[in-house]
Write a protein that binds this ligand. Structure first.
Ligand SMILES: Nc1ncnc2c1ncn2[C@@H]1O[C@H](COP(=O)(O)OP(=O)(O)O)[C@@H](O)[C@H]1O
Ligand SMILES: [Mg+2]
Length: 240
């Protein structure tokens, strides 16, 4: 294992892929197609952290926070104590203000990225979060059509997260499942790490696979390994 301080994902098998855990204060993208489990996985990472006493916050930009929570509880009956963690303020599931702002903006000119960043900041500060999920950054990409502005905005976001001293996971909708497309996407250069989730069609059933495409400063796994979404949470079948 390398010298970098890490925070465990708490997810079965996932730490083995990332050299023991997510590098502290880094920003990691979880990329995948629709239905691959990005929202559930990012929430499970926070849930597991909050259970260990690490204050966390989930910023729901795509779906309403209460819908995210309902889906999480439906998928993972074993994690029904999530409400206790929320009651104790160890876990915050919020983001409506940011979502409302996004929906209210009809074009990129009126769209105020700075406000979204400050919303995220006040959520993070309200329980002194050490771990933050933003689900997803794809909506931001849609709103900021200018490539340079998008890049600048993402850099502003990562700079802020770093200044706040948080480790973050940001989900991103993957339009292509080609590895080479991922490697040339802007996100590949801006963020510290990328975990990709794939749904592979196999005759009559789908199979799920996850790999680490990039993780700065880490001796991460290079394998594409299967994973499952079970009532007890994600199971990643790492080699070794
Ligand atoms: N109640 C459930 N029971 C089992 N699997 C579920 C349940 N709810 C969702 N899932 C699985 O989770 C996937 C959706 O996860 P989600 O995190 O919302 O995906 P994404 O954010 O990548 O679009 C579904 O495709 C399904 O496989
Ligand atoms: Mg989602």
């Amino acid at each position: 294992m390398s010298e970098v301080e890490r925070v465990s994902t708490g997810v079965e098998g996932l730490d083995q892929l990332v050299d023991g855990g997510l590098p502290k204060m880094d920003q990691i993208i979880i990329a995948g197609g629709p239905g691959s489990g990005k929202t559930l996985l990012s929430m499970e990472i926070l849930y597991q952290a909050a259970k260990r006493g690490i204050p966390s916050s989930f910023i729901a930009l795509d779906l309403e926070p209460k819908v995210v929570l309902k889906n999480f509880k439906n998928a993972f009956p074993a994690f029904s104590d999530i409400d206790d963690l929320i009651a104790k303020n160890l876990l915050i599931v919020d983001g409506e203000d940011a979502a409302t702002r996004i929906q209210a903006s009809s074009d990129s000119e009126s769209y105020s990225f700075g406000n979204i960043v400050s919303d995220i900041e006040s959520i993070v500060q309200s329980n002194n979060s050490k771990l933050v999920a933003i689900d997803s950054i794809s909506l931001l990409k849609l709103l900021i059509s200018d490539k340079l502005l998008y890049r600048k905005s993402m850099i502003a976001l990562t700079t802020n997260m770093r200044r706040l001293g948080v480790t973050s996971v940001l989900t991103a909708e993957m339009v292509s499942s080609e590895r080479k497309d991922l490697k040339f996407s802007q996100e590949f250069f801006i963020f510290d790490g990328i975990i990709a989730m794939y749904q592979m069609e196999q005759e009559d059933r789908r199979s799920l696979g996850v790999e680490v495409v990039k993780l700065r400063g880490s001796n991460h796994s290079w394998s594409l390994v299967p994973y499952e979404i079970t009532p007890e949470g994600f199971k990643v079948y790492s080699l070794q």
